[in-house]
Design a protein around this ligand. Structure first.
Ligand code: GMT
Length: 376
């Protein structure tokens, strides 16, 4: 199949999933055109069948904002004229809207319907589209998509309810390369740079946006230290609330126990150093970083929000009521009391999400979608 894969390039799970899906599909013999505003950060070695297309909308003095949606739609039209079977967009806003526009243009000019599949990643439907100007156009684009998928059951249900979709989006969970994210990555010499063998090393990875509640996580870590656990916290990633976390660490007098590692293209070597992966998010449609940690054999302590209860099995870690620091602390202490079993449970749970098990679900959906368009 010839597929255009549209995504955001910056640090974020949806771009990672789209890029890795594009890569895996190209490995499986498909021609894949990855389309984004700049090279996605995990776009590593390129394959002959994987092509990257950068969309840079023109600037002009009249524009307050560059017309990205229109330029993206135009690029999809160009690609389809050269031969595309299907467009797959990740994150509905604005990608599904651009795909719809491209489809309309192609049906007018080519008399050919190029179907598009929309994958919802969470904040596109449960947060950003609450904006009254965005809602109606996202609704139209979702209803016009030949197929809609969601990365968890919770997100599928919530999106169906919010947009009054006649069918629930198909649930295709995110996936992980369990060879790259593996306990084998854990290197004692590297761990020594962040914690001593007697200390518990907590890890967190995110884009430090408010929804991740990272300052709250620093407070929680302060509670862990107060409970007498010799520990350090390694925070991976970057974003707007990182300076707030740094300040909070100083205010609580625990700055020397925190390390901010910044953004890394390959986080597996750092994640695998952890003993427990912690999340404090207000919402998480799936929790890709938690899955990557689990694949490294690192158990997860996370709030019971969104898709996290589907991902974090009782063997892989523990959940706590969102915002409840006392329960979160108790969950951490319970995991620490049985760490070897949780480590094994985390890895075993992650193996269910191996890319080779999930990517064929997208292939099957593409085939079904093409078949349904052909019979229209
Ligand atoms: O975090 C976002 O606002 C968007 C998105 C992204 O691009 O990173 O994250 C979402 O998609 C990931 C991949 O499916 C999920 O693992 C994250 O849980 C989800 N983030 C939220 O729901 C907050």
């Amino acid at each position: 199949m010839r597929v255009a894969m549209v995504c955001y390039p910056a640090l974020g799970g949806s771009g990672v999933v789209a890029t890795e899906l594009a890569y895996k599909l190209a490995c499986r013999g498909h021609e894949v055109h990855l389309v984004s505003s700049e090279p996605p950060f995990r776009l590593g070695s390129c394959l002959p069948a994987l092509h990257f297309h950068e969309v840079v909308p023109p600037d002009y003095p009249v524009f307050r904002y560059r017309p990205y949606e229109s330029a993206l739609a135009g690029r999809l039209v160009h690609l389809a004229r050269q031969g595309l079977d299907l467009i797959h967009v990740h994150y509905a806003i604005p990608h599904a809207v651009s795909a719809l526009l491209a489809q309309w243009a192609l049906t007018e000019s080519l008399q050919k319907k190029v179907p598009f599949v929309t994958t919802l990643h969470g904040t596109d439907t449960v947060l950003v589209s609450e904006d009254p100007d965005l809602y109606p156009i996202v609704e139209v684009a979702l209803k016009a998509s030949e197929a809609v998928t969601a990365v968890s059951k919770a997100l599928a249900q919530e999106s169906q309810r919010r947009f009054g979709l006649s069918e629930s989006p198909l649930v295709i969970p995110n996936f992980v390369d369990t060879r790259r994210f593996s306990p084998a990555q854990r290197k004692a010499e590297l761990r020594a740079a962040y914690a001593s063998p007697e200390e518990v090393l907590f890890v967190h990875a995110s884009n430090f946006r408010p929804i991740k509640q990272t300052p709250w996580l620093v407070e929680l870590f302060g509670q862990v230290l107060e409970a007498g656990v010799p520990a350090r916290l390694l925070m991976i990633g970057d974003g707007p609330e990182r300076p707030i976390c740094e300040r909070k660490g100083r205010e609580l007098g625990i700055a020397d126990r925190l390390t901010f590692a910044g953004s890394h293209q390959d986080i597996a070597p750092l994640l695998s150093l952890g003993d427990v992966f912690v999340l404090g998010s207000r919402y998480e449609s799936f929790g890709l970083a938690a899955l990557e940690a689990m694949a490294c054999g690192v158990p997860v302590v996370a709030p019971s929000v969104g898709g996290l209860p589907e991902l974090v099995s009782p063997q892989a870690g523990l959940l706590y009521p969102p915002g409840d620091q006392e329960q979160a602390l108790q969950a951490i202490l319970r995991v620490l009391s049985d760490l070897p079993a949780y480590r094994q449970g985390a890895r075993e749970t992650a193996l269910r999400y191996e890319a080779d098990a999930i990517v064929p679900m997208y292939e099957q959906l593409y085939h079904q979608t093409l078949a349904s368009v052909a019979t229209m």
